[in-house]
Design a protein around this ligand. Structure first.
Ligand code: DC
Length: 229
């Protein structure tokens, strides 16, 4: 049997990237952080001086953008990202990019091009891909789909810790508000909105350790391929 495609979706702060990366390491699969792809495009469009309200201009930036994702090792927090050969791993996670990425990710032409790239990356199987629309839209026939959620307060606290590690200080109230706004944008957009696939394994990570969530997913992966994935 060919190696699985594992789709991990859920709202911001549910723990997707931490969990997806750990599952990929345990299975010796590739990890693809699709949020980093949308962030990289947003960074490049901002740097190129493109008007982010111009959907066609933003899509044109993507057409000529050379994007490389390097999955992080066990000790690194995030995927390393190269745009046209330049490392922008830190730059794509600044508040400036954060504030604009939902707009960019909402454009149908951008989503179509990103979806094409993501499907290519998953073609051979042996991949754990995290995002918002992976199980419902990018890989609707993925062998294993996981949907992670967590309480709003927990998600805001996680985001606060993540930002603090990068040297940014934000209050919990403003982060909760930001997450609410982001959830709304992700769930209400017309193309590939954030939705739980009917056949997804649903895990609320609010009161679970990363290790416990990873074990649940590995057990589901073993069931999905009738043995060892
Ligand atoms: O997971 P993240 O915070 O890095 O995602 C960044 C943004 O990209 C967020 O606004 C949601 C959007 N996104 C998306 O629309 N579809 C995906 N598959 C992944 C991310």
């Amino acid at each position: 049997m060919r190696a699985l495609r594992v789709a991990v979706d859920g709202p911001a702060g549910a723990g997707k990237s931490t969990v997806a990366r750990a599952v990929a390491q345990r299975l010796h699969y590739h990890y693809v952080d699709t949020g980093a792809m949308y962030r990289a495009l947003t960074w490049k469009a901002l740097r190129s001086g493109v008007d982010l309200r111009d959907a066609r201009a933003v899509a044109r930036v993507l057409d000529t953008m050379d994007l490389t994702l390097i999955a992080a090792g066990p000790d690194d927090a995030d995927t390393r990202v190269l745009v046209d050969g330049e490392e922008v791993s830190e730059q794509i996670r600044t508040p400036e990019v954060h504030a604009s990425v939902s707009l960019v990710a909402g454009y149908p032409a951008v989503r179509a091009a990103m979806t094409r790239r993501q499907r290519e990356l998953a073609q051979e199987g042996g991949v754990v891909m995290d995002g918002r629309d992976i199980g419902t839209f990018v890989l609707p026939d993925a062998e294993l789909k996981v949907f992670l959620t967590a309480d709003l307060a927990v998600r805001a606290a996680r985001r606060q810790a993540e930002l603090r590690a990068r040297g940014f200080v934000m209050s919990l109230e403003s982060l909760q508000e930001d997450i609410r706004r982001r959830d709304r944008l992700d769930m209400e957009r017309e193309v590939a909105p954030l939705r739980e696939a009917a056949d997804a394994l649903h895990i609320d990570t609010s009161r679970l350790s990363v290790a416990a969530v990873v074990e649940q997913i590995l057990a589901a992966a073993a069931r999905a391929c009738g043995g060892t994935p």
